[in-house]
Design a protein around this ligand. Structure first.
Ligand SMILES: [Zn+2]
Length: 244
């Protein structure tokens, strides 16, 4: 969107393109992978799938609602009310610019997923647009299982795999000292800590450590993107079929 002029935009939206992909991330510690993983991953994903779903890509919203890891160096958080209001304004702006389908490609978990899912409903209702919010690492947990043979983790096999496929320089393997760098996400009501003691968080105890396998990373990247593209295509098709 930022690379075209207003006349091109007017000619293309909504006549030729009525879907927009909005990547949303945050700056947060990610073990030995880049702090901007949650920004870089959905931006790469958007570039990969936009042609397949005939979509334009909106500039990313890079600062987010981080949470328990924001004490680590280079991490940021925006307060929930400010984040919610800002993202809402971005979404309303996309609707005003005549996109019919707004696809939120979210790169960050925690409280951000709940905010985006609530905003999808609120802004969709208010503007008459159709909005899909996707959290790729959860939605593709079956792909993680298939490719790596086990469950995933924050800054574990899922994100280091995806980032390794984008650019090997984003993953600093020599900084990885082993499993002691990771902590399993506690079961509900067992314990919580701020700051969280590790920036690699395993979804299941004993699984999901970073893998550093470039061949598997490539396969993972492709399969994740394929699954997200299919979800977007199916959702738009069903919206159309239902006449929404
Ligand atoms: Zn992340």
């Amino acid at each position: 969107m930022e690379r075209i002029n207003w006349m091109e935009f007017r000619d293309w939206v909504p006549a030729k393109i009525n879907t927009v992909l909005l990547p949303l991330g945050t700056l947060e510690a990610h073990g030995v992978t880049a702090n901007g993983t949650d920004i870089i991953a959905p931006v790469a994903m958007a570039r990969e799938i936009a042609p397949r779903v005939n979509a334009m890509i909106a500039p990313a919203v890079p600062y987010g609602f981080t949470g328990i890891l924001d004490a680590y160096p280079g991490s940021f958080t925006v307060s929930e009310d400010v984040y919610r209001a800002y993202v809402r304004a971005v979404m309303v702006g996309l609707a005003k610019n005549k996109f019919r389908n707004i696809i939120l490609l979210n790169g960050h978990g925690g409280g951000q997923t709940a905010i985006l899912s609530a905003l999808a409903q609120e802004v969709g209702r208010e503007t008459g647009t159709r909005i899909l919010a996707v959290n790729w690492w959860s939605y593709c947990s079956d792909v993680t299982l298939e490719v790596f043979g086990e469950d995933g983790g924050h800054a574990g096999n899922t994100e280091t795999g995806y980032m390794l496929a984008i650019d090997p320089d984003l993953v600093q393997r020599k900084r990885y000292s082993g499993p002691e760098m990771a902590t399993a996400i506690p079961a509900p009501n067992t314990w919580s800590a701020y700051p969280f003691p590790s920036s690699i968080l395993l979804y299941k105890e004993g699984q999901g450590y970073p893998k550093f396998d470039p061949a598997k990373a490539k396969i993972y990247f492709r399969k994740v993107n394929d699954k997200i593209a299919r979800l977007i295509q199916d959702t738009i098709k069903k919206w159309d079929m239902a006449g929404l």
